[in-house]
Design a protein. Structure first.
Length: 227
């Protein structure tokens, strides 16, 4: 059957519409949320955090949040957003399951990155902010440890930039300051899977060791400068 120009244009237009608006095509073109690679070997944080803990924490818990997030957001408007945007929007729209998994995916991204390069002393504008806000890094660390003891059950302790000052915030479960539009500089995971194999119920001992022996405070300072 011969097709005239009008038929060709009509079919071409229909195909274009299908490409633009078909949910299945959008799903195929959207990239799933992907867990970042661990920036060091699993045993690199030992003895403060054992390789076994890192393997379970990163390979099971963190990976599991990404897997669940991709399942929950498939063929939804959230699938086209960045991870940060999903956290903020899901909190605003009370999409609890999506928020919990997106927030935990994001929380752990920062958590692993803050140890990259090994421990390093604070310096520059961030060190000045720590002195003006807490009297110095030592007192900042003590207050983070104290806050970690106040978080009931599972959660996080966050160091947040508030103007030129620093504040410490303890939040339960997947909660993070990003969802409230605040700049997060450092996060300490106080879910039991982060420390129980190595410290059993000694949470504050774990938090103190992480702050003193693992955190790269220069990385934290870079986050402060970028805010």
């Amino acid at each position: 059957m011969k097709m005239n120009r009008r038929h060709v244009l009509a079919l071409t237009g229909a195909a274009a519409a299908t490409t633009l608006f078909s949910p299945s095509v959008r799903a195929q073109s959207a990239m799933p949320f992907k867990q970042a690679e661990l920036p060091y070997e699993e045993g690199a944080l030992s003895p403060v955090i054992s390789g076994r803990t890192v393997g379970l924490h990163y390979g099971k818990h963190h990976a599991g949040y990404f897997k669940k997030l991709n399942t929950l957001t498939e063929n939804t408007p959230f699938a086209d957003l960045s991870l940060e945007e999903v956290v903020v929007r899901a909190k605003k729209e009370s999409e609890t399951a999506i928020f919990n998994n997106a927030a935990q995916a994001w929380n752990h991204n920062l958590y692993w990155q803050q140890f990259k390069g090994g421990p390093a002393a604070a310096e520059g504008a961030f060190l000045d902010a720590a002195k003006s806000s807490f009297g110095g890094i030592d007192e900042l660390q003590k207050q983070i440890v104290a806050e970690s003891d106040k978080v009931f059950g599972t959660g996080w302790v966050w160091l947040v930039k508030d103007g030129d000052k620093l504040t410490i915030v303890g939040m339960q479960d997947a909660g993070n300051p990003l969802a409230d539009g605040k700049k997060t500089l450092l996060g300490v995971d106080v879910w039991e899977h982060a420390y129980y194999l190595d410290y059993e119920n000694r949470r504050t001992e774990h938090v103190a060791a992480v702050l003193e022996k693992l955190v790269n405070w220069q990385f934290v300072g870079e986050q402060f400068q970028a805010a």
